[in-house]
Every structure is written in structure tokens, then in C-alpha cells.
Write a protein that binds this ligand. Structure first.
Ligand SMILES: [Zn+2]
Length: 208
């Protein structure tokens, strides 16, 4: 049997998940590594299947995603960590800790990216609010407030608070904060997109 066949025949996805520090509950479910998953929706047994995003595959696909490498390198890593011989070659030295460490690093990297993405979305919105707060500030006391000025007054403190929270925390904590405020952050991101689209359209009108 070649490397791929041997690894698949020797290690289940569940064993790999557990070895690489992914929490698997009693029903054999873990948080999906293919999408941002807060509650376990990925079934891991011989293979894996995520009921939320539909990701599906074998232990080598799983390790490849986990480590952020190609399938060949993933298979080699599994062979090393589970002491598996293939192609008539004896397994190498004692399995190392590198697999688990790599997996953790790769997960942290992904979480960090996720944290940054959400942070940037909020930052973009916050900059707009700040701008509106001065640009549309009423000039007379009895003047009716511009809707964008109102939006700025209503939302800046809250957005600033979320930014502060996200800035000073670990990627794991950020995941919690983002999950708790998902809709709100989503609305901010949408608002920025909307405004950019309107501005582009306005610029286009002027060009014509
Ligand atoms: Zn998934």
C-alpha cells in the first residue's frame, strides 16, 4: 500500500483530531475546522462530515486543512505522528510533538485572521461615523439633524467599545466576542459597503 492508503487504513479522523488537540465530544462531534463554528457541527469518525457547511473528507483532507498544507505533506505528517510504515519503509523515529504544535499554530493563525477581518470591518465603520460627526454637525441650534449625524451620535460609542474589546484580547476571546455580536458587526460591515457603493455611484454621476 502506498502512503495515502496506509495512512487512511491506520488512522481515523477522530484519532487525528484528538491527537492534534481538537476537542471531540462524547457523540463524536467537534467544532468544524472549515468554517467558523462555535458549537460542534462536525462529525469525526473514520472520515469527517460537517453538518453546517458540508465539508466532507478523509483523515488526510482533515490534516491538510488543519495544517494548511497539501495532502501529501499532510499524509507524511500523519505517518510520522502515528508511527506508520509505508512503501516498505519502517516508520521513522518516535512520533514527535510537531504535528500537534503545527495544528495549534495553524488554528491560531486562522482565528487571528478572523479577528483581524472583523476588526477591520468595525474600524471602517468607525472612521465613517467620526467623519459624519464633524461633517454633518448641525450649525444652528434649531437646525434639524442630518440622518448621518444622528447615526454617528447613536453608534460611535458602541462601535468604539467593540473595537476596544477586540483589540486587547486573544484570538480565542475574540471568537467569543465576535460570535456574541455577529449580527451587529455584520450590519456595520454592510453599512460600509453601502456607503462605498453610494459614493462610487455619486462619483460616476459627476463624471458624466
Ligand atoms: Zn463546517
Amino acid at each position: 500500500m502506498n502512503l495515502f492508503e496506509t495512512v487512511k487504513a491506520s488512522v481515523t479522523t477522530r484519532q487525528a483530531a484528538e491527537r492534534y488537540g481538537i476537542e471531540v465530544d462524547r457523540t463524536g462531534k467537534a467544532c468544524c475546522i472549515f468554517h467558523d463554528d462555535r458549537h460542534p457541527s462536525m462529525k469525526v469518525d473514520d472520515r469527517f462530515h460537517c453538518f453546517a457547511c458540508g465539508a466532507d473528507g478523509d483523515v488526510i483532507d482533515f490534516a491538510a486543512q488543519l495544517f494548511g498544507v497539501g495532502v501529501k505533506e499532510a499524509a507524511r505528517q500523519l505517518a510520522a505522528d502515528f508511527n506508520i510504515s509505508y512503501d516498505g519503509k519502517r516508520a521513522g523515529r518516535e512520533p514527535s510533538r510537531t504535528g500537534a504544535v503545527k495544528a495549534r499554530k495553524s488554528l491560531m493563525r486562522r482565528l487571528k485572521n478572523y479577528q483581524n477581518e472583523n476588526y477591520r470591518a468595525l474600524c471602517g465603520y468607525f472612521r465613517l461615523l467620526r467623519q459624519w460627526e464633524t461633517e454633518y454637525a448641525p450649525k444652528q441650534p434649531d437646525e434639524e439633524w442630518h440622518p448621518l449625524y444622528m447615526e454617528a451620535i447613536q453608534n460611535s460609542a458602541r462601535v468604539e467599545y467593540l473595537l476596544d474589546e477586540l483589540q486587547g484580547c486573544s484570538p480565542d476571546e475574540a471568537r467569543e466576542i465576535i460570535a456574541q455580536n455577529k449580527n451587529e458587526i455584520g450590519r456595520c460591515a454592510n453599512r460600509v459597503r453601502e456607503i462605498r457603493r453610494d459614493r462610487k455611484r455619486a462619483a460616476h454621476e459627476i463624471d458624466r
